[in-house]
Design a protein around this ligand. Structure first.
Ligand code: TRP
Length: 361
């Protein structure tokens, strides 16, 4: 069986470090591993519109931002097809048929939908399109016969629901669709990177994010004002590691080489943590170290972004070519699906001949 990746993001804003450690970094690794036959990365504008119907301009603007973020982290258009969801009609059509395989009760139980409904304060005024987006997400995944879906942990219920739809479809209509596996980041802290305020997760609405496109000065300011241990007042005081955002970020980003390069008094993160716990290590020092660690990662990303920013028409060409290829694949799957469902009337000569016979022809 072919190994195929399909994944994507909603273009509702630029991508941040939470996206990066939660999934983007891993997508690039998977891409470069050479272990996959095809890789599709989707800018999920149609899904973004399910709760932004009144603000299409925002989605339109952010398609380019997300594309630039993808390219700048190292998604390589020669290895992966980056495409725009709304341009692939087959996805809408598949969603329509999958809707018959899912109950309202099942959608209401989907934990991601549930928490998003709470977050946005929806009741029965929820847009139908938003409520049913797990179904459309199953269409996204299955249209490409994806075997692997690298996403953040919050997407787990979506993949589970897609798997159920695949099983139900194949049971009723025969084996056409492939059950996808979720691929999560293996580093625990990376699964849900907190915001710079130490709260919840990084999000645009909370204003606690560090963005891949932030300039060095902004990154530094954000790190220097990061939440640490509120009881660690004087340098001599013993400090806490748990819930200390700077250490959480160091867990997610620092490598042993970073100590050699930026903080040679320590050989590794554990040593730094021990000193902080004992007391005698100030927040400014660990924050400056974190700035260096982040810059080691963000510097090359920013450089690549700058190159692509100089050629926006070229970026649109990449999207156009990715979309062309994605359309080909999704159309082929839709054809198989319609055959399996026996709604391929004009391509089915057996149908016409048997009915001709029935009427004595
Ligand atoms: N729901 C994903 C997000 O919010 C975006 C998405 C849409 C997606 N369709 C997908 C992710 C299919 C993986 C596979 O970021």
């Amino acid at each position: 069986m072919k190994k195929i990746i399909l994944t994507g993001d909603r273009p509702t804003g630029r991508l941040h470090l939470g996206h990066y450690v939660g999934s983007l970094r891993q997508r690039v690794e998977l891409q470069n591993s050479g272990a996959y036959d095809d890789i599709y990365i989707m800018i999920a504008d149609a899904q973004a519109l399910t709760d932004n119907a009144d603000n299409p301009e925002k989605i339109r603007e952010n398609i380019l931002e997300v594309a630039l973020d993808y390219l700048s982290v190292g998604i390589d258009p020669d290895k992966a097809s980056i495409f725009i969801q709304s341009q692939i009609q087959a996805l809408t059509e598949l969603s329509f048929y999958y809707m018959n395989l899912v109950t309202v009760a099942r959608l209401q139980r989907n934990p991601t939908v549930k928490s998003e409904i709470e977050m946005r304060g929806f009741a029965s005024d929820i847009p139908v399109g938003f409520f049913t987006y797990p179904i459309s997400q199953a269409a996204d995944i299955t249209a490409f016969k994806a075997t692997a879906v690298p996403v953040g942990e919050d997407q787990e219920p979506m993949i589970e629901q897609a798997r159920e739809i695949v099983r139900k479809f194949n049971y009723i209509y025969g084996d056409v669709l492939i059950e996808p596996e979720i691929v999560l980041s293996d580093n625990k802290v990376c699964k849900r990177l907190p915001g710079t305020d130490g709260k919840a997760k990084m999000s645009k609405s909370l204003g606690n994010g560090i963005y891949l496109a932030d300039d060095p000065k902004t990154v530094k300011e954000k790190v220097m004002s990061m939440f640490t241990d509120p009881d660690h007042i004087r340098i001599e005081d013993p400090g806490k590691i748990e819930g200390n955002t700077v250490f959480t970020y160091l867990d997610a980003f620092s490598k042993n080489e970073d100590f050699e390069e930026f903080l040679p008094d320590y050989s590794c993160l554990d040593e730094l943590k021990e000193h902080y716990k004992r007391g005698g290590l100030g927040d400014v020092k660990i924050k400056k170290f974190l700035v260096n660690v982040l810059e080691r990662e963000l510097g090359p990303i920013r450089e690549r972004r700058a190159i692509y920013e100089k050629d926006i028409p070229g970026v649109y060409e990449i999207l156009k070519e990715g979309t062309r290829k994605a359309k080909e694949t999704a159309d082929a799957t839709l054809k198989e699906v319609k055959e399996a469902m026996k709604i391929n009337y004009f391509d089915d000569s057996a149908l016409i001949s048997s009915q001709t016979e029935k009427y004595g022809g």
